[in-house]
Structures are given as structure tokens and as C-alpha cells.
Write a new protein. Structure first.
Length: 236
């Protein structure tokens, strides 16, 4: 125990007296920013792709865009996100002569990656909505697009909310790979404390605890939202 107490004291010293907490706060902010904005981008991309993929394939234009969407989903689901980050940052950006900081790159890549997964989640949600909902919307004079946006997708989102929550949790955990492009996240922050103090046990334990707390808070928030949606359904 005495040795472990000494490790804790070393961690506290570097965390407080050597401004380690500032790096941790920066890492926490970047982790949250990348995950939240990445999820929002993913929801937009995923909804568009899912809508295209459930359209009737009677039109050549629809078939063309469906093919593009299918390729997009296969590409991003078929390669690890760390590979996508490296290719975008070290290959695509130099080729296109684009300058962008590592956090912005991570947001874009995480958003595009999440869009591929959310598209499948959203597609399943759309298909789970009763066919009569679409027929009812069209019967009262709404266009296909209006019916989809105002009737089908809102119901689909209710059905897939827990799965969207799982996607958000996955994004939070996957942000640990952004260090490959030089971005500071929670892993980088605690790894820096460990490197400076030559003691990694306590920093990594604290990092794991923070991830557990974040995931727990997100899970509780999703459960509260689910209860609220169930109450609103019962009141209708």
C-alpha cells in the first residue's frame, strides 16, 4: 500500500503542481467536441443516406445515388477509423493542399465514419415504421419527401434512440485514436502525465475511471429520454 500511496502522491503532484489538470481539461474538451460534433454530422449524413437507400429503385437517378451511398457505407465500415484518420491527414490533405488542425480533421473523419454506421441504424428504424404511416401521409396529400421528414423519420428516431446512444458512446471511446494525428484527447493528456512523472499506473486508472463516468452519464441520459418518449406516446 505504501508504494501505491507514493504513486498517488506523484500523480497528484504532476496533476496539480505541474499543470497536468490543464492538459486533462483540454483533452476532455477535445474528446467531447469530437464526439458530439462527429455524432451530429453522422446523424445528418446517415439520415440522407438511409433516405436514399429506402427509396423505390424504379428511377435510374435513384439507382445511381443508391450505388454511391452503398459504396460510401462499405468504404467507411470496411476500414478502421485510425486508417481513415491517417489517410485523410497524411494523404488527402497534402494532395489537396488543404491546411486544417488535427481536431477539425478528427471531427470530419469521425462524422463521416459515424454517418456510415448511423445510416444503417436509421435505415432499420425507417423500415420498422408501419407502412401505413407512409400511405396515410400520401393519402392526405403530402409528398413522399414531406411524409418521410415529418412522419416517418421522427418515428424512426424514437425507435433507434438507444442504438444512437450506443453509437455516441462508441465515438467517445474511439477518440483515443486521434493522438495518431497529433490531437490532444484524454489518452494523450494522461499519457503525458505518465511520461513526465515516469509513473503510468495511477494516470491510466484515473483515465479509465473518467471514461466509465462519462459512459454512465450518457447511459442515464438516454434512459431518461426513453422514459420521456414512452410517456409522450402513452399520452397520445
Amino acid at each position: 500500500m505504501g508504494n501505491f500511496d507514493k504513486k498517488i502522491q506523484t500523480f497528484i503532484e504532476y496533476f496539480i503542481n505541474h499543470d497536468g489538470y490543464k492538459t486533462v481539461l483540454l483533452g476532455l474538451k477535445n474528446t467531447a467536441y469530437i464526439a458530439v460534433i462527429g455524432l451530429l454530422i453522422g446523424i445528418v449524413i446517415g439520415t440522407i443516406i438511409a433516405t436514399v437507400r429506402v427509396l423505390p429503385k424504379t428511377n435510374p437517378v435513384v439507382k445511381f445515388f443508391n450505388g454511391i451511398c452503398s459504396f460510401y457505407v462499405s468504404l467507411f465500415r470496411g476500414t478502421p477509423i485510425v486508417v481513415q484518420l491517417l489517410v485523410f491527414y497524411y494523404v488527402m490533405m497534402p494532395l489537396l493542399d488543404v491546411r486544417m488542425n488535427s481536431v477539425a480533421v478528427a471531427v470530419i473523419v469521425f462524422g463521416m465514419n459515424s454517418g456510415a454506421y448511423i445510416s444503417e441504424i436509421m435505415r432499420a428504424g425507417i423500415l420498422s415504421v408501419d407502412v401505413g404511416q407512409m400511405e396515410g401521409g400520401r393519402a392526405v396529400g403530402l409528398s413522399y419527401g414531406t411524409t418521410m421528414m415529418k412522419i416517418i423519420i421522427p418515428q424512426a428516431v424514437k425507435n433507434i434512440l438507444p442504438t444512437l446512444g450506443n453509437e455516441f458512446i462508441a465515438l467517445i471511446k474511439e477518440t483515443s485514436v486521434v493522438s495518431f494525428v497529433g490531437a490532444t484527447d484524454l489518452y494523450v493528456a494522461f499519457n503525458r502525465i505518465g511520461s513526465n512523472s515516469y509513473e503510468f499506473m495511477v494516470p491510466y486508472l484515473v483515465m479509465a475511471l473518467i471514461y466509465i463516468v462519462i459512459v454512465f452519464v450518457i447511459s442515464m441520459a438516454i434512459k431518461v429520454m426513453e422514459r420521456g418518449l414512452r410517456k409522450s406516446d402513452k399520452s397520445l
